[in-house]
Design a protein around this ligand. Structure first.
Ligand SMILES: Cc1ncc(COP(=O)(O)O)c(C=O)c1O
Length: 456
């Protein structure tokens, strides 16, 4: 370690509490990767060493880092206006972004409510859903106060988001103070834990969802789901039929349908939005991460005209939506988001996706799938989860204290690749524009690291 790396490491350990990080482990045994800059698909550390960014900087980078056109938009905007509020004022970048967004969003959505992070947009979405029913006339609507979501869902970390996105490993310790929500299993759970066929798992998941709706729809305001892929659960993939049928069931039982596309949006599943593969039109859709190409914090809850109209009235009627953040729809982020949408179109990024997805599938089939330490490889578009097993040929997750995933990603780091584990799953999620050759390198290094650390 150089003296500069040591100085920065000591200061980090002295002052910083990292998200989702066991600080004891971090300060006692980690030699942190201190990122100084980034270029294309590489992160560059303070010593100038390059690392392939295999998780698109927490699932959000779209066109690579320091992309000249995005940087030009950012610099130009910084010279004009860095921040102004959307509370009672508006600004050009957010207006122009909104016009572009509605050209690419699924049909049926017509108003965008901006926020500053995935979780605060989710919170906006669930508040809109809950409050909308409360603002309807009639006693029956007012009884619709519960939220329904999928087992293993993740929707962010505010207490509201955790209510619908409870993951025992992350949120177990605050369970007693959470607002109770109803949960229903996704088809993946049956397949993975009960070894069902894809068809049977789909039928079982839909049956359970319908039973819950039959029993409880009168009290349920909204059903919330991550369409096609439950990312933080460990890339649990659902067939598009689940999405389509779930949406229909919600319509039939008069329950609002919310699609959280924070992780799946902006091409990660192979289409611009995962809901297109239903195709379904949600009542509310949440976007974040890739909206600004992963450069700056901005997110949105986008809803139908009917929901929006439910909040209209004189100030005395109590229909105003009292919710928002200081930096919601920030001009710098909105301007870069606008440039992101331009680039996606001009470069026909989605047109090139099938080739990159196929390169990922082939590399995984050849290098990762055959390894003895691999239980299951799950892929949807460029979202990949590699489930580990301690006993080849059997379902036997590594105990958490063995840090199997962490040992693998540290080995990959030595080989110049950044990836991240989620419990017993290694996640790969390159930027959707990463060329096939770099995708192949990402998979090859992952396979080599798995073999060296956990055995072939
Ligand atoms: C599906 C989903 N929703 C919400 C969030 C929260 O987003 P943020 O971390 O920007 O608050 C995430 C983050 O990974 C996510 O995957």
């Amino acid at each position: 370690m150089s003296s500069e790396q040591r100085r920065l490491t000591e200061l980090d350990h002295q002052y910083i509490w990292h998200p989702f990080t066991q600080q004891k482990h971090w300060t006692e045994s980690e030699q942190p990767l201190i990122v100084e800059s980034a270029e294309g698909f590489d992160l560059i550390d303070v010593e100038g060493k390059r690392y392939l960014d295999g998780v698109s900087s927490l699932w959000c980078n779209v066109h690579g880092h320091s992309e000249p056109e995005l940087m030009a938009a950012l610099h130009d905007q910084a010279d004009k206006l860095c921040h102004s509020t959307l509370l009672g004022l508006t600004h050009r970048p957010v207006i122009e972004l909104s016009e572009k967004l509605f050209k690419i969003l699924p049909e049926g959505l017509s108003k965008v409510f901006y926020a500053d992070a995935g979780t605060t947009a989710v919170e906006a979405g669930l508040r809109i859903a809950l409050e909308w029913w409360q603002k309807q006339s009639g006693e029956a609507a007012k009884k619709k106060r519960k939220l329904l979501s999928l087992d293993g869902a993740y929707h962010g970390d505010t207490v509201g988001s955790v209510t619908i996105g409870f993951l025992p490993a992350f949120h177990g310790s605050i369970e007693p103070i959470l607002v109770p929500a109803l949960r229903t299993p996704p088809p993946h759970m049956f397949r993975f834990y009960d070894g069902m066929s894809e068809e049977d798992a789909l039928a079982a998941a839909l049956e359970q969802l319908e039973q819950t709706l039959l029993r409880e729809a009168d009290s349920i305001a909204a059903f919330f789901m991550e369409p096609l892929v439950q990312g933080a659960a460990g890339i649990w993939v659902q067939p598009p039929e689940f999405l389509r049928a779930a949406r229909e069931l919600c319509r039939k039982h008069n329950v609002l349908f919310l699609a959280d596309e924070v992780a799946t949006g902006f091409g990660k599943t192979g289409s611009l939005f995962a809901v297109e593969q239903g195709p379904v039109s949600p009542d509310i859709m949440i976007i974040g991460k890739g909206l600004s190409a992963g450069y700056l914090p901005i997110s949105a809850a986008i809803c139908s005209q009917e929901l929006y109209d439910g909040f209209l009235g004189g100030v005395e009627e109590g229909k105003t939506f009292f919710y928002g953040q200081t930096f919601a729809g920030n001009p710098l982020a909105a301007r870069v988001a606008s440039a992101n949408l331009d680039l996606l179109e001009q470069r026909n990024v989605l047109g090139g996706l099938p080739e990159r997805i196929a390169a990922m599938t082939k590399a995984l089939d050849e290098n990762v799938q055959p390894l003895g330490c691999v239980d299951e490889v799950r892929q949807c578009g460029l979202m990949v989860g590699i489930e580990l097993t301690k006993k080849p040929g059997e379902r036997c997750p590594y105990p958490a204290q063995e840090l199997a995933g962490w040992r693998v990603i540290y080995e990959a780091r030595k080989r110049g690749v950044v990836i991240r584990p989620l419990g017993n799953v290694i996640i790969l999620m390159p930027a959707i524009t990463m060329p096939a050759q770099q995708i192949e390198r990402l998979v090859q290094v992952t396979a080599d690291s798995l073999r060296d650390v956990l055995g072939g």
